[in-house]
Design a protein around this ligand. Structure first.
Ligand SMILES: Cc1cc2nc3c(=O)[nH]c(=O)nc-3n(C[C@H](O)[C@H](O)[C@H](O)COP(=O)(O)OP(=O)(O)OC[C@H]3O[C@@H](n4cnc5c(N)ncnc54)[C@H](O)[C@@H]3O)c2cc1C
Length: 385
């Protein structure tokens, strides 16, 4: 275990933000509003100059938003915050030497590092390799691939979405209502043996199942996988299929486990309630790349967003040479708003469910409000997409 000398950091300390996820944008916002902690030298490392907001992707598919509407301009936020933006992807972390190696450039040294890189796709690991397979992560890759497909396709598209969680459900609805499609795509949702929306209340599952049936989306409660070049679920063929979307949850990036920092069994970076690595106090993490050591916490954008201000406060403390004390305490229930692509949405809050155009209006209001606050802080709407 590394010693806690991060607390002895002083002005001039170097801070590395790796990944521009939902939590790190809150850190950048904090620095724009209150200034970067005195004297700190800060670098933001991300593969792209933007963060694609996943919650608006199903609405984009259904033609409710323009493609460039659902993005946060990371590079502009970095400029406004007084942070150096470096384009690249973390490929390796050495927590003892305090170095991150990027796939594209020189190694980056740090006194304190914070990770918010999200998870990685695991569709190929679960379903097998096939050219028709599209991973949901990275989300920008999914958007690129679907945009190209939408532009090129002349016939009816046949899609299988693998994964019965909220992301898979929303993508199935979005694809069934694909804007600009010459004919309404045929969509099958293979939920896996875990079934539709595991972890959600019966009232929510019933509403979603009814909406899927109403829209003609077939639901199969089996694991989909490729076998001899054909997609099957259980003992049944799902062919012919043009596109298979793997919304099968996220896997931990391989560099996390390889680094030697403490991880949970799945390889996600293990943090305490202050978002701080339980093995290396100079490292913090939030969002899907992290796992809480003190309690189970689902990977979701809601938790990444809410952990952001906690991360910001604790990084500020660390840079001032103080012990971080801010704690992320998840609420008992989170509000999920699932866009059904047809002008309506389904809300889930613990045991409660609601549905209708007003729920969709609320979703648009929340999503667009989240994007707008960062566009305002960046001083522009973002022109990198
Ligand atoms: C279709 C869909 C809809 C969803 N809708 C919702 C919803 O409505 N509500 C909800 O709560 N959750 C939703 N989710 C889940 C949500 O997207 C994730 O839980 C959330 O994005 C996780 O946020 P994050 O900050 O951990 O990482 P991300 O948002 O994934 O951001 C990670 C960032 O790090 C960068 N990055 C990645 N790898 C590296 C690397 N090696 N080095 C440097 N930078 C890197 C990426 O480019 C990106 O900028 C949805 C998911 C999907 C697929």
């Amino acid at each position: 275990m590394a010693d806690r000398d991060a607390e002895r950091s002083n002005p001039g300390a170097s801070l590395l933000l790796v990944g521009g996820g939902h939590a790190h944008v809150a850190v950048l916002a904090d620095w724009i509003r209150r200034g970067v902690p005195a004297g700190a030298r800060v670098v933001l490392l991300t593969p792209e100059p933007i963060l694609r907001y996943s919650g608006m992707v199903p609405g984009w598919l259904a033609g409710q938003h323009a493609r460039e509407e659902g993005v946060v301009d990371l590079a502009a936020l970095a400029v406004r915050a007084g942070v150096e933006w470096v384009q690249g992807r973390c490929a390796a972390l050495d927590p003892e030497a305090r170095v991150v190696t990027t796939d594209a450039g020189p190694a980056l040294r740090f006194d304190i590092a914070s990770f918010d890189t999200g998870g990685e796709g695991r569709g190929e690991a679960l379903l097998g390799a096939d050219p028709r397979l599209v991973e949901v992560r990275p989300i920008e890759g999914l958007v690129e691939r679907l945009a190209a497909r939408r532009a090129s396709r002349r016939e009816r598209l046949r899609v299988v979405v693998a994964g019965g969680g909220a992301g898979g459900v929303e993508l199935a609805f979005g694809l069934r209502n694909l804007a600009g499609a010459p004919a309404r795509p045929e969509v099958t949702l293979a939920t896996g043996k875990g079934g539709l929306l595991p972890g959600f209340a019966g009232a929510v599952r019933r509403r979603v199942a009814a909406a899927l049936a109403r829209q003609g989306i077939a639901v199969i409660g089996e694991d989909a996988r490729f076998n001899g070049g054909a997609l099957i679920a259980g003992d049944r063929s799902l062919e012919p299929v043009d596109l298979v979307i793997a919304a099968t949850g996220s896997a931990a990036p391989a560099w996390v486990r390889a680094s030697g920092v403490a991880t949970n069994a799945e390889g996600f970076l293990l943090v305490d309630a202050h978002q701080r690595s339980v093995s290396h106090p100079c490292i913090l993490a939030a969002g899907d790349v992290a796992a809480r050591a003190d309690r189970p916490l689902a990977h979701s954008g809601v938790h990444a967003v809410r952990a952001g201000p906690v991360l910001a406060a604790n990084l500020r403390s660390l840079l001032a040479g103080e012990t971080p004390t801010a704690t992320y305490r998840p609420r008992r229930h989170s509000l999920y708003l699932m866009n059904t692509g047809d002008g309506s949405a389904i809300a889930a809050y613990g045991p409660l469910a609601a549905e209708g155009p007003l729920v969709l209006a609320l979703k648009h209001r929340i999503d667009k409000g989240w994007i707008a606050q960062y566009a305002k802080l960046a001083g522009a709407s973002g022109d990198h997409d």
